[in-house]
Design a protein around this ligand. Structure first.
Ligand code: GLA
Length: 686
């Protein structure tokens, strides 16, 4: 499959956004074309919410406006990412099929009038969605403006799960495929506990609201089923598009930020799309929004297997759906866009082109704001378009990672269920914290599935991986024995794929590799802290501080590096290091304060072949992309001070065209991209 941007314009990064011109009289479209040309727009996403216009009555199609629109875009050299409109079926569809509206865990059927109200197990929905997709594909399969198909919109939002009777039937079908026999299902779900044994498939329901904690195996399987049910609808549309529109890549916009979507197993989905694309919105009230952005971009690249991907939506300024919609400040949009590009996106696209005058999103920022072209946002949009043009040669290059973080949506689903040792622990919070610690050490992170090949990474971090298969356990053991350095945080390796505790002492899947057992979990009272004292020679002395979690760790081969100085585990090991084969496995049994996480990482890094990059200021982001055309260093300055970044070799700065030697000056809030004077692949990893 050629890179999409090659299909667009020969080469270059994609720039544009969602374009919903059906909200405007057609005479406005000519203005849009002129302004898109001025801004350097190369591609727009069209038709994502247009089902009601394209099929105004069942089986009656009106493609006239879309024909005219695509012709106009093509005439102006703007490529089209054409949406299948299946995220909002028309009102007439629900009038005929009210059963296709999703039902909540509490049994409430959601109503038409928003968007994405879909029961993904509904045969009526599937039939209508594939029919409209077929008609679209037949009509536009070979359209010269068509660069990519955009199926649906953000599977997983705003609802994923449906608990209706149709879903129940589909869930039972899925369970039969997974477990084959009722005995196997009873065993996997541990139904002898609380007398939940099933004697007939028909007795099994989705995990609807129960009087007390529901069966964990049932809940976990329902999450898997839900991701698969949505995926089946995606692949049904994708297969139609592949058959009728040969060679045109198919995507669907992911939301990989952990705060944005929980219900999609992106490891599985990443394998099914031709191009991985992502939507990212800042949690705008957070202090360091750029860290979460970087994390989402790194997850996206990782689910793309390291290949370039495409940022299909982000915002020029404020969104309109957060409690307080904090606007981006001058330069922030460009920094955001170029951070995504630095981390592997072959472009920067936005929601949306022109501000809507009506509907739920009229206060969302856009490329062309209500204020018009005499506005800061418009000027910055035009400038960004030009900057992306200057970075055209970067297209197709790949990011050079330093370390890996293990992540698994199935484990997250299991870990964050009710009735765990403490409600203060959550897997995504730990993932965020460890990611931030690595970010602050200026390390570029790949996320990896626990069963993925890890040998290339000098350091692998496990922020929290409660559910771990035998295969993952063997994988980590092999990684360490062969010389890897593994850092594992608490409550990892506890259960297998059915949420059943591994036999013997915790952490069953990691005892051998960590060289220890955990005798008892000792979570802390809300707000309480514990102190950790370190072996002075090894740690340099001083106390560390933890909260939320402690436990009774029993070394069985591991050395104690820090001990609990107080709290319920006082005197016992808190942070350990185990030499195994040619590598080392570290264990952290409490939730360390951020600065203390960094101390542990600093020490563990001494066991690795990682460069020490501590001389770079905090919040100056350095990422490398390497491709056939060259080796590129991105420097993004999120601070309020000018900074100087040491260059390994001289190079040419692509945004200014200047030669740079020695130290690269990056202005306040600015971005610099240097093509280094070296053959691609010259630089050693890590
Ligand atoms: C999502 C959707 C868009 C729009 C934006 C607003 O990403 O895909 O249609 O609603 O959010 O932030």
């Amino acid at each position: 499959m050629p890179p999409i941007t090659t299909r667009l314009s020969g080469s270059g990064l994609a720039f544009g956004g969602d374009y919903n011109p059906e909200q405007w009289p057609e005479e406005v479209w000519a203005d849009d074309m002129a302004l898109m040309r001025e801004a350097g727009v190369t591609m727009v996403s069209v038709g994502v919410f247009s089902w009601a216009l394209l099929e105004p009555a069942p089986g009656v199609y009106d493609f006239g406006w879309l024909d005219r629109l695509l012709a106009l875009l093509h005439e102006h050299g703007i490529a089209v990412d054409l949406g299948t409109p299946t995220t909002v079926p028309p009102a007439w569809f629900y009038q005929r099929h009210p059963e296709a509206l999703p039902v909540t865990k509490d049994g409430q059927r959601l109503a038409f009038g928003g968007r994405g109200a879909i029961c993904h197990s509904s045969p009526a929905y599937r039939e209508a969605a594939t029919a409209v997709t077929t008609r679209l594909a037949e009509r536009y399969a070979d359209h010269p403006a068509l660069a990519m198909w955009h199926v649906h919109n953000e599977y997983g939002a705003p609802v994923s799960e449906c608990y209706c009777d149709i879903s129940a039937e589909d869930f039972r079908r899925w369970l039969r495929e997974r477990h084959q026999t009722l005995d196997a299902l009873n065993e996997a779900w541990g139904t002898t506990f609380w007398g939940q044994r099933y004697s007939d498939w028909a007795q099994i329901q989705p995990p609807r609201r129960t009087p007390t904690a529901g069966n964990p195996g049932q809940q976990l399987d329902f999450k898997r089923f839900t991701s698969d049910a949505m995926l089946a609808n995606f692949t049904a549309e994708r297969d139609i598009l592949h058959r009728l529109s040969v060679g045109v890549p198919v995507t669907t916009n992911f939301m990989t930020a952990l705060s944005q979507c929980r219900s999609v197993d992106y490891w599985a989905w990443g394998r099914e799309v031709d191009v991985v694309s992502n939507d990212h919105y800042l949690v705008a009230e957070a202090e360091r929004t750029h860290v979460n952005l970087a994390m989402s971009a790194d997850i996206t690249r990782s689910v793309a297997g390291g290949a370039p991907w495409l940022l299909l939506e982000h915002s020029t300024g404020a969104v309109n759906w957060q409690p307080r919609n904090i606007a981006k400040r001058p330069g922030e949009m460009a920094r955001n866009s170029l951070s995504h590009v630095a981390r592997g996106s072959d472009g920067a696209m936005f929601f949306q082109w022109r501000a809507s005058r009506f509907g739920a999103e009229k206060f969302h920022s856009t490329m062309l704001p209500h204020a018009g072209t005499d506005s800061r946002i418009w000027r910055e949009v035009v400038r960004l378009g030009a900057d992306l043009g200057r970075l055209a040669e970067i297209q197709g290059s790949r990011v050079r990672p330093d370390v890996a973080v293990l992540w698994d949506w199935h484990s997250w689903w299991a870990e964050d269920m009710e009735w765990r040792p403490t409600e203060d622990h959550s897997a995504d919070e730990r993932a965020d914290a460890w990611y931030e610690a690595l970010y602050d050490r200026h390390l570029t992170v790949d996320f990896a599935h626990p069963e993925a090949e890890l040998a290339a990474y000098p350091l692998v971090v496990v922020p929290s991986l409660y559910l771990m298969t035998e295969a993952a356990s063997a994988n980590l053991r092999r990684y360490v024995e062969q010389g890897g350095v593994l850092v594992v945080s608490y409550f990892s390796g506890i259960v297998d794929a059915t949420d059943t505790v591994h036999p013997g002492a915790h952490p069953g899947a990691l005892r051998d590799v960590l060289g220890l057992t955990v005798e008892e979990f000792l979570p802390l009272r809300a707000g309480r802290q514990v102190a950790l004292s370190g072996d002075a020679a090894m740690t340099g002395g001083g106390l560390l501080s933890g909260d939320v979690w402690t436990e009774t760790v029993v070394p069985r081969g591991a050395d104690t590096v820090w001990r609990y100085a107080d709290g319920p585990a006082a005197g016992g090991p808190a942070v350990t290091r185990h030499a195994l084969g040619a590598g080392h496995a570290w264990y952290v049994s409490t939730r360390l304060a951020p600065a203390d996480l960094d101390r542990v990482l600093a020490l563990a890094s001494q066991d690795t072949r990682l460069d020490d990059r501590e001389d770079l200021p905090r919040d100056v982001e350095i990422v490398h992309r390497e491709g056939e055309q060259g080796s590129y260093l991105f420097a993004i300055n999120h601070t309020a001070a000018e900074t100087k970044v040491p260059l390994p070799v001289p190079g040419t700065e692509l945004l200014t065209g200047e030669r740079t030697v020695g130290r690269l000056c990056v202005p306040v809030g600015g971005v610099r991209v240097v093509r280094l004077d070296r053959e691609p692949g010259d630089e050693p990893r890590g």
